[in-house]
Design a protein around this ligand. Sequence first.
Ligand code: ADP
Ligand code: MG
Length: 246
Amino acid sequence: MSTDQPLVRLRGVGKSFGSARVLTGIDLDVRRGEVVVVIGPSGSGKSTLCRCVNRLETADEGSIEIEGRPLPAEGADLARLRADVGMVFQSFNLFAHKTVRDNVMLGPVRVRGLSRADARKRAEELLERVGVGAHGDKYPAQLSGGQQQRVAIARALAMEPRVLLFDEPTSALDPEMIHEVLDVMTALAAEGMTMIVVTHEMGFARKAADRVVFMAEGRIAESAAPEDFFGSPQTERARDFLARVL
Ligand code: ADP
Ligand code: MG
């Protein structure tokens, strides 16, 4: 495999729900270690784009490759894809009836085939790393939203993903908890994790993004380094959007 091959490669990706076209002609390369922040108005297709990349939705046009391999259609290959392409959702999606530690151990045991002892060790390390090391025995509902989201990040990391997708990971959080989640994400970015991050946190985009992708009406309207995008957006749509969020 050549080293300049993108980790994630989308070409001409399109998606419709019934007669509603949601994504059109999406071309996107994400290199190893790159942090791509996706922004854009509500309904512009950001979530659908993420969901197509880890195959929660099926793109109906174009191609999506991870490390040069097309997304698998189903079966064991799909479970492995979901392990390679981690996702962190706005709503945490932790298993409510399992402890924090078990939430983090489950995937590695079931999908990666780790022993329970190894999975437990990895879970403890990761919970420590995201700052919730003391809460492994608790259930998700006993934690704050910010803590739950950090557990969700630890759970995704436990699978040793090639790339992590974040879909508005701080949108459901009280303001005082947003930073503790963004700090974990910033640290991951600095450590070289490949990340696609949908967010309205423009401070994070400026600081952590290698590239900002601006979506409008299901298309990529702009793709630029953060200083260029925020300094001189090229489209009217992006200028309007920034005027509203900044
Ligand atoms: P964003 O994340 O940018 O807000 P989404 O990807 O969630 O945008 O949605 C893009 C468009 O697709 C919206 O018009 C939304 O209503 C529609 N959409 C998303 N998911 C579905 C679905 N499962 N069925 C029908 N329409 C959907
Ligand atoms: Mg969304």
